[in-house]
Design a protein around this ligand. Structure first.
Ligand code: SF4
Length: 421
């Protein structure tokens, strides 16, 4: 799952493996921080998973339409329910359905499967969202509701640990040679992300991480290692972690840091040679410098924002953070009762037309009202999807690079569509 939930309590959980595989000191350090109630994002994630599970059960013919509707009705009663969850669950359900249909015969299919990967990680267990086994292929699929971090499928330790656990459980009954591990994260990525590796490759990876897991579990020889995983995997002690703060405060002064990352070996050698010869670095940053500093700065800003959130909450909880206090932020005026306010204006003799704007419902609202099929038939020809504004992201982000020519073309088409309309 994308967020920590009540169903994942192992000390070295699969969902946190991206953290403890990188920072072996984290699990024992985190033990001092209470779990606290799940945040709203985690609760939303849990609810969205329930909608996904329901959708897949219905698609698989395991429940009737009536049961689907009645269970969905119950889920809708949750104050955190959002209509978007039905849409994202459909994307997830469609992927599983296509996987199931890709086999010649009917594959084995299960959801919410608890798997045990303790052969590789002490006391390791976790819950897979979906398992499908057909031919020689084991398919593990995980739904991610979060949209803060675009989770990759390549080298994804959470998925690999699930796969090792599933292999242990089903390997005796099925002749599995390959493993597909897919992430469906519809709120930030239209396409499924998938990695397929052989069972030998998977087991070799398991052997490789075994000693790291042992260190993380016992804490003997464990080391703190700060990196993007502190935030991406919600390390519980990240706000006050000294190793993280020391690394970040060193970032405040970029010049003291060894420059690596995006510089080529040649650029590093040239730089070192220049420094040894007593030459100052060029006054203007190179493009490689800019890339490197952006990468470092992005994490610094993100860490600083988290530190602010932590300090504000600490003050609201009655603690004192020397030099800081909480104040009421800026707020906008609003009606205590909008209907009563409109009535009063009308009674004062103003025209109703003056009070309201007549606006069409949004595309998504109308699609929901009309139904997908009719919507497509009646107004599908009027729907265009302009390319989003260019956004700077790290190179490893799975989205396609921005294409100015395609954006120009899309813009042209939009303009034509508007003129034609
Ligand atoms: S915040 Fe980062 S460095 Fe500190 S314990 Fe957690 S994962 Fe390790």
């Amino acid at each position: 799952m994308g967020t920590t939930t009540q169903r994942d309590h192992a000390k070295l959980s699969a969902s946190h493996s991206g953290c403890w595989l990188n920072c072996t000191a984290a699990p024992n350090y985190e033990a001092q921080f209470p779990d606290g109630p799940p945040g709203e994002a985690a609760q939303e994630g849990t609810l969205a998973h329930k909608v996904c599970e329901l959708t897949v059960s219905y698609n698989a013919g395991q429940i009737t339409k009536r049961k689907y509707n009645s269970q969905l009705k119950k889920l809708r009663e949750d104050p955190l329910f959002q209509e978007e969850m039905i849409k994202t669950a459909e994307v997830y359900g469609q992927y599983i359905w296509e996987k199931v249909m890709s086999f010649d015969g009917k594959p084995y299919q299960a959801q919410e499967v608890r798997v045990d990967f303790s052969d590789y990680v002490p006391d390791g267990f976790g819950t897979c969202d979906s398992i499908v086994i057909g031919g020689d292929l084991l398919c593990i699929t995980d739904y991610k509701h979060g949209k803060g971090y675009n989770v990759p499928a390549e080298n994804n330790s959470q998925m690999r640990l699930y796969a090792l656990g599933a292999l242990k459980q089903y390997g005796m009954f099925y002749d599995i040679h390959r493993v597909s591990m897919a992430i469906i994260q519809p709120r930030i990525c239209d396409e499924a992300k998938e990695e397929i590796i052989t069972v030998e490759e998977l087991k070799a990876w398991g052997e490789q991480i075994k000693p790291i897991a042992q260190t993380a579990y016992t804490g003997e020889g464990a080391e703190f290692h700060e990196g993007p995983w502190c935030k991406n995997y919600y390390c519980k002690g990240r706000f006050v972690c000294r190793a993280r703060a020391e690394n970040m405060t060193a970032l405040e002064d970029f010049k003291d840091l060894p420059i690596d990352g995006l510089l080529t070996e040649q650029e590093k050698a040239d730089r070192e040679a220049a420094m040894n010869a007593g030459f100052a670095l060029p006054p203007a940053l190179t493009d490689a410098d800019v890339g490197d500093l952006l990468y470092r700065g992005e994490r610094l800003v993100s860490w600083y924002n988290e530190l602010c959130d932590y300090a504000l909450q600490a003050i609201l909880d009655g603690k004192s953070i020397p030099g800081w206090k909480a104040v009421a932020g800026r707020s906008d005026r609003k009606w205590d009762d909008a209907d009563a306010a409109m009535d009063d204006i009308l009674k004062a003799g103003y025209q109703e037309a003056m009070l309201y704007d007549r606006k069409p419902k949004s595309l998504a609202q109308l699609e929901k009202l009309i139904g997908k099929k009719d919507f497509e038939r009646i107004v599908g020809k009027h729907v265009v999807k302009p390319m989003g504004k260019p956004t700077l992201v790290v190179e490893s982000d799975s989205r396609e690079p921005y294409n100015s020519a395609a954006a120009d073309l899309a813009g042209l088409k939009d303009r034509e569509a508007t003129q034609d309309g």
